[in-house]
Design a protein around this ligand. Structure first.
Ligand SMILES: C[S@@+](CC[C@H](N)C(=O)[O-])C[C@H]1O[C@@H](n2cnc3c(N)ncnc32)[C@H](O)[C@@H]1O
Ligand code: SF4
Length: 384
């Protein structure tokens, strides 16, 4: 079985108010005087040490997808990402169609760095655009404005990226339906092949979460958020993009194979600070702080901070939660008898597509996609 590799780059120029990902700004690093460039080389050396460790553990096993996520991977010079790709290629080998993605903030790349990323071997790029409306970007506390977005997408295409994706967020306080649809129209006016759109999650412990708690920012109600999803899905279909997972749409052949590997519970190794891995039913996670991670990995010890072996029940719960969100859905036969006995009531609410239902598969209808979390909760509580 081929392997997927996630590479975490835990640095950002500034923390967006809503984000609680494992990422650090220059001011938060070590004594506060470190720049990202100053620590990057040590971090990449540690990633190379972890690749050697992975090779000792797994032996040679071809890699079919690599994903640089963050943080902001494109804060590192492209050559650094290239060193990681080359080390993975030497140790494991890459499949001929290996998908190599990097996430990028629109203000972290330019025409020149995009060409360098292509030369380093990256062939797919995902831009965190979130919105094209200035007042929404301001609430999200993003560093970019929308003016560079069109240019970077076109520059990525000219640089030869095979797939260009964009991330949008909907449901930001103060974002109207028209605001969101304008962002979608703008995205669709550009040469993208893939779009991810996530409803904004209020993370406790973030600046944004605190403002919501104090009542300074008002989250939209579920109906407003659902209306945005329905309108988005309609527009995406008209523009030739199919949904292949609840929050992801692509032109044919441009689905993100790396994310599909996660959702299908394939094997992946997560390199870097705080990264999670999943190999043959065992899950483990690395030390979160980059300095601790560097100390561990660079001394050729394991940077793992903990692990767990998934029981058969945990594996089934996880597969259900992930796969029910996918366009292929799940087979009715894979459900427990208790879960199967609940299906009639879902069917009477038109939550699943009728054709797939007749063929023995559960595929969420549009109504079902809006209620996916509730459906999963009800199915999982059926055995209680
Ligand atoms: C963690 S970021 C990494 C890539 C890059 N730094 C960026 O911001 O696009 C990946 C995606 O997660 C999204 N994200 C982070 N926190 C989120 C939240 N609380 N709710 C919804 N999406 C979130 C970001 O907006 C971004 O599109
Ligand atoms: S740029 Fe991306 S990773 Fe960094 S803080 Fe913002 S959303 Fe989080």
């Amino acid at each position: 079985m081929s392997l997927s590799v996630y590479v975490h780059i835990p640095y950002c120029v500034k923390r967006c108010g809503y984000c609680d990902f494992n990422t650090y700004t220059p001011g938060e690093l070590k004594n506060g005087s470190e720049s990202v460039a100053a620590v990057a080389e040590g971090y990449v050396d540690a990633l190379l040490a972890e690749i050697r460790l992975a090779h000792r553990r797994l032996g040679r096993r071809e890699i079919s997808t690599i994903f640089f996520g963050g943080g902001t991977p494109t804060l590192l010079p492209a050559e650094h990402l290239g060193r990681v790709i080359s080390a993975l290629e030497e140790s494991f080998g890459l499949t001929s169609e290996c998908e190599i993605t990097t996430e990028a903030n629109p203000d972290s790349v330019d025409a020149d760095s995009l060409v360098k990323l292509r030369r380093a071997g990256v062939n797919r790029i995902s831009f965190g655009v979130q919105s094209t409306k200035a007042h929404v970007l301001q609430v999200l506390d993003r560093t970019h404005d929308a003016s560079r977005v069109g240019a970077v997408v076109r520059e990525a295409k000219s640089a030869g990226f095979g797939s260009v994706s964009m991330d949008l967020i909907y449901g930001t306080p103060g974002e109207s339906l028209d605001d969101f649809m304008e962002s979608v129209d703008f995205a669709l006016s550009l040469p993208i092949d893939h779009l991810s759109a996530y409803a904004l999650i209020v993370e406790q412990g973030t600046k944004f979460g605190a403002a919501v708690r104090r009542g300074e920012l008002l989250m939209p109600n579920d109906d407003e958020t659902a209306e945005k999803y329905v309108k988005l899905d309609e527009k995406m279909a008209l523009a030739g993009f199919d949904w292949y997972e609840l929050s992801n749409w692509s032109k044919p052949g441009h689905e993100c194979r790396h994310n599909r590997a996660y959702w299908l519970s394939a094997d992946w190794w997560g390199l870097g600070a705080g990264a999670h891995s999943h190999i043959a039913g065992v899950r483990w996670w690395n030390f979160k702080h980059p300095q601790k991670y560097i100390e561990k990995a660079a001394s050729e010890s394991s940077p793992s901070a903990g692990n767990e072996v998934l029981s058969e029940d945990e594996k089934s719960v996880e597969s259900l939660m992930l796969q029910i969100r996918m366009r292929e859905g799940i087979t009715i036969n894979s459900l427990t008898p208790e879960q199967r006995s609940m299906l009639e009531q879902f069917n009477s609410r038109n939550l699943f597509e009728s054709e797939s239902w007749s063929a023995g598969r559960l595929v969420l209808s549009l109504e079902g996609r809006l209620l996916a979390d509730q459906i999963v909760r009800e199915l999982l509580s059926s055995g209680d």
